[in-house]
Design a protein around this ligand. Sequence first.
Ligand SMILES: CC(C)(COP(=O)(O)OP(=O)(O)OC[C@H]1O[C@@H](n2cnc3c(N)ncnc32)[C@H](O)[C@@H]1OP(=O)(O)O)[C@@H](O)C(=O)NCCC(=O)NCCS
Length: 221
Amino acid sequence: MAYQVEYATEQDASELGIINNDSFRERGMFPAVFPGSSDASIRAYKAKNVPKHLADPKTHVLKVTDPASGAIVGYGRWHIPTELGITPHVPELSEQGQVYAKDPVVFAPQPMNMRAWTAFKAMLEEGRKRHATERDMMLDLLATLPSYQGRGVGSAILRWGCEKADALQVRIYLEATPEGCPLYVKHGWKVVENVDFDMSQFGAHGVDDFYLMIRDPKPIS
Ligand SMILES: CC(C)(COP(=O)(O)OP(=O)(O)OC[C@H]1O[C@@H](n2cnc3c(N)ncnc32)[C@H](O)[C@@H]1OP(=O)(O)O)[C@@H](O)C(=O)NCCC(=O)NCCS
């Protein structure tokens, strides 16, 4: 099926929160950061994080909808440096959306393991410093509802960004989960580093693997 990729809106936040929780919940990170929290509370919190991304001029939040049901089945967040000239897409937020955008962490389910969360963010930030430049695009998030995986939803969002990167002749950096890695290789990314994030250092359990990957633009023929 040829899925259509569109910009997400504030009204989509609840559906994006569900996709975020349901696609990543098998990884160790969520139970480590939100010990004992229900799916419902993590979904609601992830929904409250959406306005912050919508309000960021370098972030392009995209969704894919199933044309049969009208439900959102996947989404992605691309970072495109504003100086590359792609018009930012920043929708006007409701008053409540503006409150969420200012500091979503205030609304996090409790207890939250802030040490694990801060260390996770620092791990991503340090990888970005080691490998990405200010001119690179970045895939900040890609997630497909589990029941829709393997049907081309993720690929449709990847094509949206890869076409832009090829036209601009810029690289794309990302941090892949082991599940995402083969798909990225198919679309032209190469692994530049493997990082094990050991949550036992932060009073939690498990190790999450990440592959730091870069895609060079296709040469213009
Ligand atoms: C990784 C992830 C985003 C991929 O999304 P997806 O929508 O399943 O991706 P696609 O369907 O485009 O591609 C997945 C596979 O299905 C295949 N596929 C694509 N279109 C297809 C179709 N119409 N019919 C059957 N298979 C298809 C692709 O070739 C690919 O095959 P591969 O596994 O051999 O590489 C998704 O699995 C996910 O959300 N995982 C959990 C969260 C996560 O790890 N996110 C990545 C963070 S970096």
